[in-house]
Design a protein around this ligand. Structure first.
Ligand SMILES: Cc1cc2nc3c(=O)[nH]c(=O)nc-3n(C[C@H](O)[C@H](O)[C@H](O)COP(=O)(O)OP(=O)(O)OC[C@H]3O[C@@H](n4cnc5c(N)ncnc54)[C@H](O)[C@@H]3O)c2cc1C
Length: 292
């Protein structure tokens, strides 16, 4: 029974499990309550031939409009952070904002850059999320526990490939469970100021109080995706309730009841116009999910 592994919701609305707020459903949603139960759940689902997808905050995904005939696994209850001098052991359901607050409170430097990214540690490691190309969580990673082929394995940084907004976990069924980082001592006051500066800058440059999943496209080499789109005068272009943000052209926002179809159509139009004008292919930073 699914309830052996955590809290179960049936015909679960996923509207609050994706930051676009796409109104879609899943047959099951399980909030696993321990790493052991997560492993048992994966084996149970395999035996029962129920497909699954792990979601963090859903802040980097475009979910399908159609309901999922499988099981969404949420790691939101796996949010333990253990700090031992400069070593930080973190479960992958932890929100980055919480990780930043806790490490700074312990006078540890390295994570301030991640304060404004609204996802979980697991999602951030999968997509190698960062504020800029030079900062990466992997820089501080010592080891990572993952579920691979239904078993728990411990990886070191050398076992993992990562690059700009990419990692070897993308497009696999591996589940990231727990990471250990080695940080450096820092001055709390200075780190808090750094966070405030980053937050203020974000408020000025990105849409606020709207539903989005952050930057839609990766910045192609030598270009800023937002500038290419803005220069084409595409800000404000709208399909259904999905629109290119008036504040930042690399953001698509859901103005109310946008569907996944609307967002994907807008993406296609942008890619086509940018390619036809500049000969530049815009690659998605967000992940279009297809249920399996
Ligand atoms: C307002 C806003 C600002 C943003 N700013 C930034 C930014 O500055 N830089 C940046 O890089 N990103 C940014 N993002 C995008 C997003 O927040 C990050 O990519 C974030 O790290 C995604 O984490 P998540 O938990 O939401 O992942 P999700 O969207 O839930 O998942 C992303 C992918 O990872 C998989 N996944 C999630 N957790 C696990 C796990 N534990 N094990 C295995 N697979 C898993 C999912 O299946 C999915 O394929 C922004 C988003 C928003 C809405």
């Amino acid at each position: 029974m699914l309830s052996n592994y955590g809290e179960v919701m049936e015909n679960a609305s996923l509207e609050h499990y994706n930051t676009y707020g796409i109104k879609t459903y899943s047959k099951y949603l399980v909030k696993v309550d321990s790493i052991d139960h997560l492993l048992e759940l994966i084996n149970y689902l395999a035996k029962s031939q129920i497909s699954y997808l792990v979601l963090g905050k859903g802040s980097n995904v475009i979910l399908p409009d159609t309901p999922y005939n499988g099981c969404i696994i949420s790691l939101e209850k796996l949010h333990k952070i253990v700090i031992n001098n400069e070593e930080v052991e973190v479960e992958c359901g932890v929100l980055l904002s919480e990780l930043v607050t806790k490490t700074i409170a312990n006078n540890l430097a390295g994570f301030a850059n991640f304060a404004t990214i609204p996802g979980t540690l697991g999602g951030a490691l999968v997509g190698n999320a960062s504020l800029n190309k030079d900062a990466s969580l992997y820089h501080y990673l010592e080891k990572l526990v993952v579920i691979k082929d239904n078993n728990l394995v411990t990886l070191t940084k050398d076992d993992i490939k990562y690059s700009y907004r990419d990692s070897s976990f993308k497009n696999t069924k591996d589940i990231l469970v727990k990471a250990t980082f080695k940080l450096k001592k820092g001055e709390q006051e200075k780190l808090l100021k750094e966070v405030t500066t980053i937050k203020e800058k974000r408020l000025q440059t990105q849409p606020k109080g709207v539903k989005s999943a952050g930057s839609v496209f990766k910045n192609p080499d030598g270009y800023a995706a937002g500038k290419l789109i803005d220069d084409l005068g595409l800000k404000g272009l709208q399909i259904g309730d999905a629109a290119i943000s008036l504040v930042h052209a690399n953001f698509i926002v859901n103005l109310g009841s946008s569907t996944s179809k609307d967002i994907k159509k807008l993406i296609e139009i942008i890619q086509e116009k940018v390619y036809n004008t500049y000969g530049v292919t815009l690659e998605l930073e967000q992940k279009i999910i297809e249920w399996d």
